[in-house]
Design a protein. Structure first.
Length: 561
């Protein structure tokens, strides 16, 4: 993709700078006319449209805006945790280098919607014909649908922009209704599906392009969100049925749960992986540095940018024990140890759900031949090499992200080009989408069945039949939190469930580990790291002040802002 885009940019530059190369009038249309008359340049333009879909391997991972990690900074995602987000700073910090958490996508999404609209207009007007023209148009429709989905789940209903506006155009957009936005997305996907292949396997060279199944996966997520309490306060059961049907359509035999939860996330792009429906692939010439942005000082890494991407104790507490029991339960609103689980607060990492060790490096973890040590001596004069005392790039909470990190056969260094894909849709999510929709439709047996299928991959027990009603809902929410950790679901899940006023106002904790200088025994004590402040208006992001001004009063600010 990168080479094609460079070729495309070079042609545009040459065409605009030399009358000898292309003598086409008017001069300000030379490059554009050349593009739409050439199949290769059309395809290059089209390929670049896929950049509308962000990947999550950034310094500023979206987890920093959730309770999955302890975000130390007072800027960027820290403004969400601390309740200091405003329309004046929302664009500034999310637009900074490092990916901006993939949250404030307003500018980028509408930039690409315009590019897609240009493409669609040119394909309708152009007389040029080539074999896969209809497929490229269908892919563009999917990309536009994805862009609008990103917008509505972040900003509530948004303006639908069909026309191509120039720099000199008046920008007087206003928000459509949510129903209109959802219908627009549905229409694009419905029009796209007939001209797309059913699916590509993860090892296919075309994997990463839109397919019928990719469109169906977007519908599954869209309908699940729109059926959820935030968007469906009346609990319209027809919306839950649409969500169930959309997920069920992907239980078509094209995919199966990948056997190993760890390598599901750290295989190189192009590897055989039966679970992947859609992902952003990477190559050695177009790689990422997720390992160096998240591992600690032991590896010469940044620990997630000055230790600000270390997993939280809040997340750790939600991993079950191997016997299938939650480590903690709530009694009269107070979290307490579940005695039936066998959890020992002074041996907190033993016999936990295997996804815990696959996702999080903790004190005592053996990774890449090194035992990680996060302890501090009881006299305060010595500490483990991976303790926050050793380096500010070791997370203060004493946990390091392991999910997505390289296996033992891949070197950890700034020179290593990491190529594992960023997964956008996978079967594990679809199972949980289906389980949730069926739960809300009253089919608790099916909900437990599909939750148990996800758990069986790592050897966890089935959800017992005795778990019903609100207890099953609690287990379902936690199953999603654990299975999909750090995959950019948590931020949206707690909002669409309408529980963010509770979850996002909970303080963030880490774990202090004290090693007795005389006996060598360790003691474990949760430590408060951050008081958080979440307000009702923060269910949706504000639109940047400059964008509101640009529209001369026609664009309403997000409610509450």
């Amino acid at each position: 993709m990168k080479k094609i885009f460079i070729l495309f940019a070079t042609v545009l530059f040459l065409a605009s700078c030399s009358d000898d190369i292309l003598d086409i009038s008017p001069k300000d249309r030379i490059a554009e006319d050349a593009v739409w008359a050439d199949e290769d340049l059309i395809k290059a333009y089209h390929t670049e449209l896929y950049n509308v879909i962000p990947h999550g391997f950034n310094v500023q991972m979206q987890s920093k805006a959730t309770d999955e990690v302890y975000a130390t900074m007072s800027w960027g995602p820290g403004t969400i945790a601390q309740g200091t987000l405003t329309p004046d700073n929302v664009n500034d910090f999310f637009a900074t280098w490092g990916g901006g958490c993939n949250l404030y996508v307003w500018d980028n999404a509408y930039e690409y919607i315009r590019k897609i609209n240009v493409f669609m207009d040119q394909m309708a007007a152009s007389e040029i014909d080539f074999e896969d023209k209809a497929m490229l148009i269908a892919e563009a429709r999917f990309l536009r649908a994805y862009a609008y989905f990103m917008l509505i789940v972040r900003f509530d209903a948004v303006p639908i922009v069909d026309d191509v506006y120039e720099l000199t155009s008046e920008f007087n957009f206003s928000r459509n209704t949510m129903d209109e936005c959802v219908q627009y997305i549905e229409d694009d996907l419905s029009a796209a599906i007939p001209d797309l292949p059913e699916h590509y396997s993860a090892s296919d060279s075309n994997f990463g392009r839109a397919t019928q199944d990719v469109c169906q996966a977007l519908l599954s997520r869209l309908y699940l969100y729109m059926a959820s309490p935030l968007f469906n306060p009346s609990n319209d059961q027809q919306k839950w049925q649409k969500a169930a049907d959309a997920a069920a359509a992907l239980l078509n035999g094209n995919y199966s749960l990948f056997s190993d939860y760890t390598t599901l996330f750290n295989q190189p792009s192009g590897s055989a992986n039966s679970e992947l429906i859609f992902a952003r692939n990477f190559s050695t010439t177009n790689s990422h540095s997720v390992a160096m942005n998240n591992l600690g000082r032991r590896w010469g890494a940044y620990g997630g940018w000055w230790a600000s991407n270390g997993p939280s104790q809040n997340l750790v507490d939600d991993y079950d024990m191997l016997n299938g029991e939650p480590a903690f339960v709530e009694v009269d609103g107070v979290k307490t140890v579940n005695t039936a689980s066998g959890y020992d607060p002074q041996d907190p990492y033993t016999d936990r759900d295997p996804r815990f060790d696959a996702t999080i490096i903790h004190d005592g973890t053996l990774y890449h031949g090194a035992v990680h040590e996060m302890w501090v001596a009881s006299d305060g004069n010595s500490w483990g090499y991976d303790s926050y005392k050793q380096s500010s790039d070791n997370p203060r909470g004493n946990y390091i992200l392991k999910k997505f990190m390289p296996g033992d056969d891949i070197e950890i260094s700034w020179q290593t080009p990491y190529t594992n894909p960023w997964i956008i849709f996978r079967l594990g999510e679809i199972y949980l989408n289906y389980a949730e929709a069926m739960f809300e439709l009253g089919h608790e047996d099916v909900c437990r069945e599909y939750m148990s299928m996800v758990r069986a991959r790592v050897g966890m027990p089935e959800i017992p039949e005795s778990v019903t009603g609100e207890d099953l809902r609690t287990r379902l929410y936690k199953e999603r939190r654990v299975e999909l950790a750090f995959e950019e679901h948590r931020y949206f899940d707690v909002r669409r469930w309408n529980v963010a006023l509770d979850t996002e106002n909970d303080p963030i904790y880490g774990m202090d580990i004290i090693k007795d200088v005389d006996t060598g025994e360790k003691s474990y004590s949760p430590v408060l790291l951050l008081e958080r402040h979440f307000y009702e208006k923060m269910y949706f992001l504000p639109v940047g002040t400059d964008e509101i001004k640009k529209n001369n009063g026609s664009l309403e600010q997000t409610t509450g802002w």
